[in-house]
Ligand binder design. Structure first.
Ligand SMILES: [Zn+2]
Ligand SMILES: [Zn+2]
Length: 358
Protein backbone atom coordinates (compact mmCIF):
# COMPACT_ATOMS: atom_id res chain seq x y z
CA UNK A 1 0.00 0.00 0.00
CA UNK A 2 1.13 3.56 -0.71
CA UNK A 3 0.14 6.76 1.06
CA UNK A 4 -1.43 9.84 -0.54
CA UNK A 5 -2.15 12.93 1.56
CA UNK A 6 -5.56 14.33 0.62
CA UNK A 7 -6.39 18.02 0.86
CA UNK A 8 -10.14 18.52 1.40
CA UNK A 9 -10.20 22.33 1.48
CA UNK A 10 -8.81 25.25 3.45
CA UNK A 11 -9.33 24.86 7.19
CA UNK A 12 -9.95 21.10 6.95
CA UNK A 13 -7.24 18.73 8.20
CA UNK A 14 -5.25 16.71 5.69
CA UNK A 15 -6.14 13.02 5.44
CA UNK A 16 -3.63 10.26 4.79
CA UNK A 17 -5.25 7.63 2.56
CA UNK A 18 -3.73 4.31 1.47
CA UNK A 19 -4.09 2.65 -1.91
CA UNK A 20 -2.46 -0.33 -3.57
CA UNK A 21 0.75 0.37 -5.48
CA UNK A 22 -0.51 1.27 -8.96
CA UNK A 23 0.65 -0.72 -11.96
CA UNK A 24 1.47 1.71 -14.81
CA UNK A 25 -0.69 1.23 -17.91
CA UNK A 26 0.04 2.19 -21.53
CA UNK A 27 2.64 4.96 -21.66
CA UNK A 28 2.49 5.66 -17.92
CA UNK A 29 5.48 5.52 -15.58
CA UNK A 30 5.41 4.89 -11.86
CA UNK A 31 7.82 7.10 -9.93
CA UNK A 32 8.70 6.73 -6.25
CA UNK A 33 8.74 10.22 -4.74
CA UNK A 34 12.07 11.25 -3.18
CA UNK A 35 10.80 14.64 -2.09
CA UNK A 36 8.23 17.32 -2.85
CA UNK A 37 8.74 21.03 -2.17
CA UNK A 38 5.78 23.16 -1.12
CA UNK A 39 5.27 25.89 -3.71
CA UNK A 40 3.83 29.33 -3.01
CA UNK A 41 0.76 28.22 -4.95
CA UNK A 42 0.27 25.22 -2.61
CA UNK A 43 0.39 27.67 0.32
CA UNK A 44 -2.15 29.97 -1.36
CA UNK A 45 -4.44 26.97 -1.90
CA UNK A 46 -4.02 25.76 1.67
CA UNK A 47 -4.79 29.25 3.01
CA UNK A 48 -7.91 29.55 0.84
CA UNK A 49 -6.56 32.37 -1.35
CA UNK A 50 -6.63 30.15 -4.41
CA UNK A 51 -9.29 27.66 -5.40
CA UNK A 52 -8.57 24.19 -6.74
CA UNK A 53 -10.90 21.25 -7.24
CA UNK A 54 -11.06 19.22 -3.99
CA UNK A 55 -10.34 16.73 -2.72
CA UNK A 56 -6.87 16.69 -4.23
CA UNK A 57 -3.28 15.60 -3.64
CA UNK A 58 -1.24 18.84 -3.60
CA UNK A 59 2.42 19.21 -4.54
CA UNK A 60 3.95 19.53 -8.00
CA UNK A 61 7.64 20.31 -7.29
CA UNK A 62 8.69 16.69 -7.15
CA UNK A 63 11.79 14.58 -7.62
CA UNK A 64 11.64 10.83 -7.71
CA UNK A 65 13.05 7.63 -9.15
CA UNK A 66 11.40 5.54 -11.82
CA UNK A 67 9.99 2.37 -10.31
CA UNK A 68 8.11 0.84 -13.23
CA UNK A 69 7.30 1.49 -16.89
CA UNK A 70 3.96 0.90 -18.58
CA UNK A 71 4.23 -1.38 -21.63
CA UNK A 72 4.29 1.60 -24.04
CA UNK A 73 6.25 4.04 -21.84
CA UNK A 74 9.25 5.66 -23.54
CA UNK A 75 12.67 4.42 -22.33
CA UNK A 76 14.27 7.73 -23.24
CA UNK A 77 13.77 11.13 -21.68
CA UNK A 78 12.74 14.33 -23.49
CA UNK A 79 16.35 14.77 -24.66
CA UNK A 80 16.92 11.17 -25.73
CA UNK A 81 18.85 10.13 -22.61
CA UNK A 82 18.19 6.56 -21.55
CA UNK A 83 15.74 5.94 -18.72
CA UNK A 84 15.75 2.83 -16.56
CA UNK A 85 14.25 1.65 -13.30
CA UNK A 86 15.97 3.73 -10.62
CA UNK A 87 16.72 6.76 -12.84
CA UNK A 88 16.16 10.01 -10.93
CA UNK A 89 13.77 12.25 -12.87
CA UNK A 90 12.06 15.63 -12.96
CA UNK A 91 9.11 16.24 -15.27
CA UNK A 92 6.91 18.99 -16.66
CA UNK A 93 4.10 20.16 -14.37
CA UNK A 94 1.73 19.81 -17.31
CA UNK A 95 1.24 16.75 -19.49
CA UNK A 96 -0.16 17.68 -22.90
CA UNK A 97 -1.63 15.91 -25.94
CA UNK A 98 0.83 17.25 -28.54
CA UNK A 99 -1.92 17.60 -31.12
CA UNK A 100 -4.45 20.30 -30.16
CA UNK A 101 -4.35 23.94 -31.33
CA UNK A 102 -2.27 25.13 -28.38
CA UNK A 103 0.13 22.19 -28.44
CA UNK A 104 0.75 22.84 -32.13
CA UNK A 105 1.35 26.54 -31.38
CA UNK A 106 4.09 26.17 -28.78
CA UNK A 107 1.81 26.52 -25.78
CA UNK A 108 1.67 22.91 -24.55
CA UNK A 109 0.98 24.19 -21.03
CA UNK A 110 -2.37 25.44 -22.37
CA UNK A 111 -3.28 22.10 -23.97
CA UNK A 112 -7.06 21.70 -24.15
CA UNK A 113 -6.74 18.40 -22.26
CA UNK A 114 -3.88 19.49 -20.00
CA UNK A 115 -3.10 17.26 -17.00
CA UNK A 116 -1.42 19.24 -14.21
CA UNK A 117 0.24 17.35 -11.38
CA UNK A 118 -0.80 18.54 -7.94
CA UNK A 119 -3.78 20.44 -9.36
CA UNK A 120 -6.34 17.73 -10.13
CA UNK A 121 -9.49 16.61 -8.37
CA UNK A 122 -8.83 13.31 -6.63
CA UNK A 123 -9.79 10.34 -8.80
CA UNK A 124 -9.89 6.83 -7.33
CA UNK A 125 -8.96 5.41 -10.72
CA UNK A 126 -5.76 7.50 -10.68
CA UNK A 127 -5.08 8.24 -7.00
CA UNK A 128 -1.42 9.28 -7.34
CA UNK A 129 -1.36 12.57 -9.28
CA UNK A 130 0.31 14.90 -6.74
CA UNK A 131 3.62 15.06 -4.91
CA UNK A 132 2.43 14.62 -1.31
CA UNK A 133 2.42 10.86 -1.64
CA UNK A 134 4.77 7.87 -1.65
CA UNK A 135 4.48 7.42 -5.41
CA UNK A 136 3.15 9.25 -8.46
CA UNK A 137 1.91 7.96 -11.79
CA UNK A 138 3.22 9.97 -14.76
CA UNK A 139 0.77 9.99 -17.63
CA UNK A 140 1.37 9.97 -21.40
CA UNK A 141 2.44 13.38 -22.71
CA UNK A 142 4.62 14.21 -19.69
CA UNK A 143 8.06 15.57 -20.60
CA UNK A 144 10.40 13.56 -18.36
CA UNK A 145 14.04 14.61 -17.79
CA UNK A 146 16.86 12.69 -16.19
CA UNK A 147 18.21 14.82 -13.30
CA UNK A 148 21.98 15.47 -13.41
CA UNK A 149 23.76 13.67 -10.54
CA UNK A 150 25.35 16.89 -9.29
CA UNK A 151 21.97 18.26 -8.18
CA UNK A 152 20.59 17.48 -4.74
CA UNK A 153 16.97 16.29 -4.49
CA UNK A 154 15.90 19.40 -2.62
CA UNK A 155 17.40 21.86 -5.12
CA UNK A 156 16.21 19.83 -8.10
CA UNK A 157 12.65 19.58 -6.71
CA UNK A 158 11.73 23.17 -7.59
CA UNK A 159 13.34 23.00 -11.04
CA UNK A 160 10.05 21.99 -12.66
CA UNK A 161 8.28 25.06 -11.27
CA UNK A 162 10.32 28.12 -10.32
CA UNK A 163 13.46 27.55 -12.41
CA UNK A 164 11.56 26.33 -15.50
CA UNK A 165 9.17 29.28 -15.30
CA UNK A 166 12.13 31.64 -15.04
CA UNK A 167 13.75 29.95 -18.05
CA UNK A 168 10.50 30.49 -20.00
CA UNK A 169 10.45 34.11 -18.87
CA UNK A 170 13.98 34.75 -20.08
CA UNK A 171 13.30 32.89 -23.33
CA UNK A 172 10.37 35.28 -23.88
CA UNK A 173 12.65 38.23 -23.12
CA UNK A 174 15.10 37.25 -25.88
CA UNK A 175 18.88 37.45 -25.67
CA UNK A 176 19.82 39.41 -22.54
CA UNK A 177 23.61 39.22 -23.04
CA UNK A 178 25.03 42.66 -22.36
CA UNK A 179 21.59 43.91 -21.34
CA UNK A 180 20.27 45.68 -18.26
CA UNK A 181 17.55 43.62 -16.60
CA UNK A 182 15.20 44.76 -13.85
CA UNK A 183 13.72 41.94 -11.74
CA UNK A 184 10.77 42.55 -9.44
CA UNK A 185 10.68 40.21 -6.45
CA UNK A 186 13.50 38.47 -4.56
CA UNK A 187 11.69 35.23 -3.79
CA UNK A 188 12.73 31.96 -5.41
CA UNK A 189 11.55 33.17 -8.85
CA UNK A 190 13.32 36.54 -8.65
CA UNK A 191 16.56 35.12 -7.26
CA UNK A 192 16.63 32.41 -9.92
CA UNK A 193 15.95 35.05 -12.59
CA UNK A 194 18.79 37.19 -11.31
CA UNK A 195 21.26 34.28 -11.32
CA UNK A 196 20.08 32.94 -14.68
CA UNK A 197 20.18 36.38 -16.33
CA UNK A 198 23.74 36.91 -15.10
CA UNK A 199 24.80 33.44 -16.23
CA UNK A 200 23.69 34.23 -19.79
CA UNK A 201 25.56 37.52 -19.78
CA UNK A 202 23.23 40.26 -18.54
CA UNK A 203 25.58 43.13 -17.68
CA UNK A 204 23.43 44.64 -14.95
CA UNK A 205 20.65 43.01 -12.92
CA UNK A 206 18.66 45.27 -10.65
CA UNK A 207 16.49 43.37 -8.17
CA UNK A 208 13.69 45.26 -6.47
CA UNK A 209 11.99 43.93 -3.32
CA UNK A 210 10.42 45.70 -0.34
CA UNK A 211 12.04 43.28 2.17
CA UNK A 212 15.53 44.26 3.29
CA UNK A 213 16.59 40.69 4.16
CA UNK A 214 15.53 39.43 0.76
CA UNK A 215 17.41 42.29 -0.90
CA UNK A 216 20.59 41.29 0.92
CA UNK A 217 20.16 37.76 -0.37
CA UNK A 218 19.80 38.99 -3.97
CA UNK A 219 23.48 39.98 -4.10
CA UNK A 220 24.46 36.33 -3.59
CA UNK A 221 22.29 35.45 -6.59
CA UNK A 222 24.07 37.75 -9.00
CA UNK A 223 22.13 40.98 -8.55
CA UNK A 224 24.40 43.93 -9.25
CA UNK A 225 21.97 46.28 -7.48
CA UNK A 226 19.25 45.46 -4.94
CA UNK A 227 16.81 48.26 -4.30
CA UNK A 228 13.58 48.76 -2.40
CA UNK A 229 10.28 48.91 -4.26
CA UNK A 230 9.86 52.48 -3.09
CA UNK A 231 9.07 54.60 -6.16
CA UNK A 232 11.78 57.24 -5.85
CA UNK A 233 14.60 54.92 -4.86
CA UNK A 234 13.76 52.58 -7.71
CA UNK A 235 13.54 55.43 -10.22
CA UNK A 236 16.88 56.86 -9.06
CA UNK A 237 18.61 53.46 -9.26
CA UNK A 238 17.28 52.71 -12.74
CA UNK A 239 18.23 56.20 -13.93
CA UNK A 240 21.75 55.77 -12.53
CA UNK A 241 22.26 52.33 -14.09
CA UNK A 242 20.90 53.30 -17.50
CA UNK A 243 21.90 56.97 -17.96
CA UNK A 244 18.24 57.78 -17.57
CA UNK A 245 17.26 55.60 -20.53
CA UNK A 246 15.37 52.85 -18.72
CA UNK A 247 16.13 49.13 -18.53
CA UNK A 248 16.24 46.85 -21.57
CA UNK A 249 14.07 44.17 -19.99
CA UNK A 250 11.86 44.13 -16.92
CA UNK A 251 10.63 40.89 -15.37
CA UNK A 252 7.63 41.08 -13.03
CA UNK A 253 7.95 38.09 -10.70
CA UNK A 254 6.52 39.60 -7.53
CA UNK A 255 2.87 39.32 -8.53
CA UNK A 256 2.02 42.87 -7.48
CA UNK A 257 0.04 45.44 -9.50
CA UNK A 258 2.34 48.30 -8.45
CA UNK A 259 5.42 46.53 -9.75
CA UNK A 260 3.67 45.89 -13.07
CA UNK A 261 3.19 49.66 -13.25
CA UNK A 262 6.81 50.24 -12.29
CA UNK A 263 7.99 47.81 -14.99
CA UNK A 264 6.05 49.72 -17.63
CA UNK A 265 7.47 53.00 -16.35
CA UNK A 266 11.14 51.94 -16.14
CA UNK A 267 11.58 50.03 -19.39
CA UNK A 268 13.38 51.90 -22.15
CA UNK A 269 12.16 52.72 -25.64
CA UNK A 270 12.13 49.46 -27.58
CA UNK A 271 12.39 47.43 -24.38
CA UNK A 272 10.49 44.37 -23.24
CA UNK A 273 8.18 44.04 -20.26
CA UNK A 274 7.55 40.45 -19.15
CA UNK A 275 4.76 39.66 -16.70
CA UNK A 276 4.97 36.25 -15.06
CA UNK A 277 4.31 36.83 -11.36
CA UNK A 278 0.65 37.85 -11.32
CA UNK A 279 -0.97 34.43 -11.02
CA UNK A 280 -3.58 35.65 -8.52
CA UNK A 281 -6.09 38.50 -9.03
CA UNK A 282 -4.63 41.99 -8.47
CA UNK A 283 -6.11 45.47 -8.89
CA UNK A 284 -6.09 46.62 -12.52
CA UNK A 285 -3.17 48.63 -13.81
CA UNK A 286 -3.71 51.69 -16.03
CA UNK A 287 -2.09 51.32 -19.43
CA UNK A 288 -1.25 54.47 -21.39
CA UNK A 289 -1.62 53.34 -25.02
CA UNK A 290 0.29 56.36 -26.30
CA UNK A 291 3.22 55.48 -24.04
CA UNK A 292 3.27 51.89 -25.32
CA UNK A 293 3.31 53.14 -28.93
CA UNK A 294 5.81 55.94 -28.49
CA UNK A 295 8.11 53.73 -26.46
CA UNK A 296 7.76 50.84 -28.95
CA UNK A 297 7.25 48.56 -25.94
CA UNK A 298 6.82 44.81 -26.10
CA UNK A 299 4.63 43.45 -23.29
CA UNK A 300 4.43 39.69 -22.83
CA UNK A 301 2.68 37.42 -20.37
CA UNK A 302 4.31 34.10 -19.48
CA UNK A 303 2.46 31.36 -17.60
CA UNK A 304 4.19 28.07 -16.76
CA UNK A 305 6.52 26.84 -19.48
CA UNK A 306 7.20 24.42 -22.31
CA UNK A 307 9.36 21.27 -21.85
CA UNK A 308 12.39 22.97 -23.44
CA UNK A 309 12.43 25.37 -20.48
CA UNK A 310 12.63 22.55 -17.95
CA UNK A 311 15.67 21.25 -19.82
CA UNK A 312 17.24 24.74 -19.66
CA UNK A 313 16.41 24.99 -15.96
CA UNK A 314 18.11 21.68 -15.11
CA UNK A 315 21.15 22.59 -17.23
CA UNK A 316 21.40 25.91 -15.46
CA UNK A 317 21.05 24.49 -11.94
CA UNK A 318 23.55 21.71 -12.62
CA UNK A 319 25.95 24.08 -14.45
CA UNK A 320 26.38 27.82 -13.85
CA UNK A 321 23.72 27.68 -11.12
CA UNK A 322 26.18 25.78 -8.91
CA UNK A 323 27.88 29.13 -8.27
CA UNK A 324 24.81 30.38 -6.41
CA UNK A 325 23.55 29.27 -2.98
CA UNK A 326 20.33 27.57 -4.10
CA UNK A 327 20.72 24.97 -1.33
CA UNK A 328 20.34 27.79 1.21
CA UNK A 329 16.83 28.44 -0.13
CA UNK A 330 15.60 25.15 1.31
CA UNK A 331 14.42 25.86 4.83
CA UNK A 332 13.32 22.60 6.41
CA UNK A 333 12.27 19.04 5.64
CA UNK A 334 9.21 17.26 7.06
CA UNK A 335 7.96 13.69 6.77
CA UNK A 336 4.86 12.72 4.79
CA UNK A 337 3.07 12.13 8.12
CA UNK A 338 3.87 15.75 9.08
CA UNK A 339 2.22 17.56 6.15
CA UNK A 340 0.03 19.61 8.51
CA UNK A 341 3.11 20.86 10.38
CA UNK A 342 4.98 21.40 7.12
CA UNK A 343 2.27 23.77 5.87
CA UNK A 344 2.01 25.54 9.22
CA UNK A 345 5.75 26.05 9.23
CA UNK A 346 5.79 27.19 5.60
CA UNK A 347 3.12 29.84 6.29
CA UNK A 348 5.14 31.21 9.22
CA UNK A 349 8.53 31.61 7.58
CA UNK A 350 9.90 33.35 4.48
CA UNK A 351 13.38 31.85 4.49
CA UNK A 352 12.89 29.33 1.73
CA UNK A 353 11.21 26.20 0.46
CA UNK A 354 9.75 23.66 2.87
CA UNK A 355 10.23 20.13 1.63
CA UNK A 356 8.24 16.96 2.35
CA UNK A 357 10.03 13.62 2.14
CA UNK A 358 8.00 10.38 2.26
ZN1 LIG B 1 5.29 25.55 -7.92
ZN1 LIG C 1 -2.82 19.57 -26.55
Amino acid sequence: MERAVLFHGSGTPFETARFPTPRPRGAEMLVRVSCCALCGSDLHTHAGRRTVPTSTVLGHEIIGRIEAFGPEAPRRDARGTELAVGTRVSWSIAASCGDCFFCRNELPQKCTTVFKYGHRAFDRGHPFAGGLADVITLVAGTAVFRVPDSLSDTVAASANCAAATVAATLRAAGDVAGRIVLVFGAGLLGLTASALARSVGASVVIVSDPDLRRRHRAAAFGATMAVSAETQELAASVAEATDGRGVDVSLELAGVADTVKAGLAHTRIGGTVILAGTVLPTPSVPLDPENVVRHCLTIRGVHNYAPVDLGSALDFLAGPGQAYPFADLVDRTFGLDEVEQAFEHAHRQTKGRVVVTP
